[in-house]
Design a protein around this ligand. Structure first.
Ligand SMILES: Cc1ncc(COP(=O)(O)O)c(C=O)c1O
Length: 362
């Protein structure tokens, strides 16, 4: 095991929360609801009860909503933890593994921490950010036991093409490997959401949480879904890390899961109101281009001028009380990522300020 600093995580905690700005375009999540929105009561603070190897009611709610059996579900503190548990359950030191590239840094760091030999599966702009199936096949041929993908793709925002996913799954199955799909943004497809990856075959694993679409990141309520034998192993990895979920978290998560449709409606309203502002803003700029994401809260903007994610971010914070998510954390200093889950007035003003910073740097 080897734990380096996850630079993006450190940046996000400090810049988004501990030293915030007024116009924060960097967040990829829907703004949080208040406890009353999901009917939280004082009794939910009780720590009594049994959630050892997963709270039964919570597992049932998750299983029913995403169309799987309860024994395929492991509730865990965020999709981040579920990702780690699955990777920890699958990989031994020195095993080969693979990940999409560019990638959300914490996902790659899991593989590094487990001292895996890492192969990359490109998601190229000219391929509409879909994963390169041939590269995935090669990674499995070279012994990758696990491939990590995201759907919607962070940072590109696109929905993972089902035909490609199935082709990747066939290659994985041939080599006895697994494909973990982090689906933390997927529910933003609303009623167009397809069956989750974990329903497509035992080689697939899905992770998700209440963080992004539902706005409940501080609750730390995520889950993993996979074949029961692997989920059993993942619970044994959890025994090393935190033993149990917090019982109050599970109770509040149960409230949230009973109100998901209400939280979805709220998120959808925000996306419908806010995304056109980003579309109009991008259309007004000669120094930025993108592949407009059909769904979700994140937009991945390419900078066509001299500006880089470093200079944009520095100037925005120093002069404009604003910020974006810098592309260099994804290995792409010619990109910035912005979100549209914040209040409309803040987004509007934030975009104006981003425009001014780009004008100055261009
Ligand atoms: C792809 C991806 N997975 C996981 C997370 C973290 O989610 P959680 O709060 O569920 O751990 C993020 C947050 O940015 C993310 O982009």
């Amino acid at each position: 095991m080897r734990f380096e600093t996850i630079k993006y995580m450190e940046w996000a905690k400090i810049h988004q929360v501990l030293q915030p700005v007024t116009y924060d375009l960097s967040n990829s999540a829907m703004a949080p609801p208040v406890p009353a929105d999901i009917g939280v009561t004082a009794e939910d603070a009780s720590w009594e009860g049994a959630n050892h190897y997963g709270h039964p009611e919570l597992k049932d709610l998750i299983a029913r909503r995403w169309g799987v059996k309860p024994e395929m579900v492991i509730p865990a503190g965020g999709s981040s933890l579920a990702n780690f548990l699955f990777a920890g359950a699958l990989l031994q030191t020195g095993d080969a593994a693979a990940i999409e590239q560019p990638y959300y840094e914490p996902l790659g760091r899991i593989l590094e921490a487990l001292e895996a030999k890492v192969h990359f599966v490109p998601r190229r702009r000219e391929d509409a950010f879909q994963p390169d199936v041939e590269a995935a096949r090669k990674a499995f041929e070279k012994g990758a036991k696990l491939l990590i993908l995201t759907d919607l793709y962070n940072p590109g925002g696109v929905h993972l093409d089902r035909e490609r996913l199935k082709a990747i799954g066939e290659a994985a199955a041939k080599h006895g490997a697994k494909v973990l799909v982090d689906e933390v943004y997927l529910d933003a497809l609303w009623e167009a959401r397809p069956p989750i990856a974990a329903t497509l075959g035992p080689q697939f694993l899905s992770t998700n949480s209440l963080t992004k679409v539902y706005g409940l990141g501080n609750l730390r309520a995520g889950w993993g879904i996979g074949d029961p034998a692997l989920v059993h192993r993942a619970y044994r990895v959890y025994d090393y890390l935190s033993v149990l979920n917090s019982m109050p978290t599970d109770r509040v998560a149960i409230r949230a899961h009973k109100n998901l449709d209400r939280l979805i409606a709220r998120a959808r309203e925000r996306r419908d109101a806010n995304f056109p502002l980003i579309e109009r803003w991008v259309a007004s700029r000669k120094d930025v281009d993108w592949l407009p994401p059909k769904y979700g809260f994140i937009s991945w903007l390419r900078l066509k001028s001299k500006a880089t994610s470093h200079t944009v971010q520095d100037l925005l914070r120093k002069k404009y009380d604003a910020q974006v998510s810098p592309g260099h954390f994804f290995g792409c200093p010619d990109h910035v990522r912005i979100g549209c889950g914040l209040a409309k007035e803040k987004l509007e003003e934030g975009l104006k300020r981003l425009g001014k910073a780009l004008d100055e740097l261009g």
